[in-house]
Design a protein around this ligand. Structure first.
Ligand code: OGA
Ligand code: NI
Length: 347
């Protein structure tokens, strides 16, 4: 009897070519030869945020948000041990037997804990070379009972990691608020009860990486993303029309602006397209923490940033509406933000 494999890692272990539903049309392939290697995204030392250098670091962050929509951080305060455990555990999770991993499987994007594959198997035409586990992390006590229990230390280690990631997110949100000339707690207060999701992305080795994506170009729908990647390259960021590789640096995080921050900043900061490519010999793990408003929170351009020269560019909306639209339409290069823009034809 033929069995259908739902997860990519089980479907492709040992294959020597990419199955046809993963092959991108010729006009939409990674073109790895054209990737820019110069001028990496800024690496910002957060040590200075606590002392008399605060305003310099805030300025650096603001500049990176404006020019790249992306930056990396070091001296971020998250212990190396917490990071190592998170990466190790993630690898162990995806190496569990298929039957054990499948206990968490779901193709419903609205489920708060689920293991799935590609992006949205219900709506997409071409699949992506990725499996992922997605969980909600805040408030922790509302979700931890849904999390996997295998590997046995999963709940403990992931809780520790996600509390640390939340601390870093809150620190960055204060600095970003200040960089926009807003009160230090403006963004914190604009997020309702706050939300925090996490994905563990697992990209198996791919026999023909030039034909497919781990994740195609997309913008993140949330507020800011704090990405931990292992030591295998794959992340690329769009900068001045070219894809720029972001090589891993151990014990750093990559931070990017998401759509909600673009709205709050009224387009001063941009939610930039990024993608993940795969490679033929190594599995890759990346762990984004998606910091976001709670579903009921209303996102709007900060009134302080609006004046005669800068009219509001977006209408107010509940984050839950935005989030549903994001998952329903699939990853596309035109961002979901266009649906919430104020235009003359769409008042
Ligand atoms: C994402 C993402 C990049 C990566 O999960 O939204 O952009 O390097 N991941 O895996
Ligand atoms: Ni992303």
């Amino acid at each position: 009897m033929a069995t259908t494999k739902q997860l990519l890692s089980d479907l492709v272990s040992g294959v020597s070519s990419v199955p046809s539903n993963y092959i991108r049309p010729i006009s939409d392939r990674p073109n790895i030869d054209e990737v820019s290697l110069g001028n990496p995204i800024p690496l910002i030392d957060l040590q200075g945020l606590d002392g008399s250098n605060r305003s310099d670091v805030v300025k650096e962050i603001g500049q990176a948000c404006q020019e790249y929509g992306f930056f990396q951080v070091k001296n971020h305060g998250i212990p190396e041990e917490v990071i190592d455990k998170m990466l190790c555990l993630s690898r162990d999770f995806f190496h569990l037997p298929e039957s054990e991993r499948m206990k968490n499987y779901s193709d419903d994007p609205m489920k708060t804990t689920r293991l799935s594959t590609s992006f949205n198997v219900k709506t997409e035409k071409v699949s992506n070379w990725r499996d992922f586990l997605r969980i909600h992390c805040h408030p922790l006590e509302d979700y931890i009972h849904e999390w996997p229990t295998n590997p046995p230390s999963f709940r403990e280690d992931v809780a520790e990691y996600s509390k640390n990631a939340r601390g870093l997110a809150l620190t960055l949100l204060e600095a970003i608020s200040e960089s926009l000339g807003l009160d230090r707690d403006y963004i914190n207060k604009a997020l309702g009860k706050h939300g925090q999701h996490m994905a563990i992305n697992y990209y198996p080795p791919c026999p023909q990486p030039e034909l497919t994506y781990g994740l195609p170009g997309h913008a993140d729908p949330n507020l800011i993303t704090i990405l931990l990647q292992d030591n295998v390259p794959g992340l690329q960021v769009l900068k001045d029309g070219k894809w720029l590789a972001v090589p891993p640096i151990s014990n750093t995080f990559i931070v990017n602006i998401g759509d909600q921050m673009q709205v709050i900043s009224n387009d001063r900061y941009k939610s930039v397209l990024h993608r993940a490519i795969v490679n033929s010999n190594k599995e890759r793990i990346s762990i984004p923490t998606f910091y976001c408003p709670s579903p009921d929170a209303v996102t709007l351009p900060a009134p302080h940033l609006i004046n005669d020269h800068h009219p509001p560019l977006y209408r107010n909306f509940a984050y839950s509406d935005y989030y549903k639209k994001f998952w329903n339409r699939g990853l596309a290069t035109e961002t979901c933000l266009d649906m919430f823009k104020i235009t003359t034809s769409n008042p």
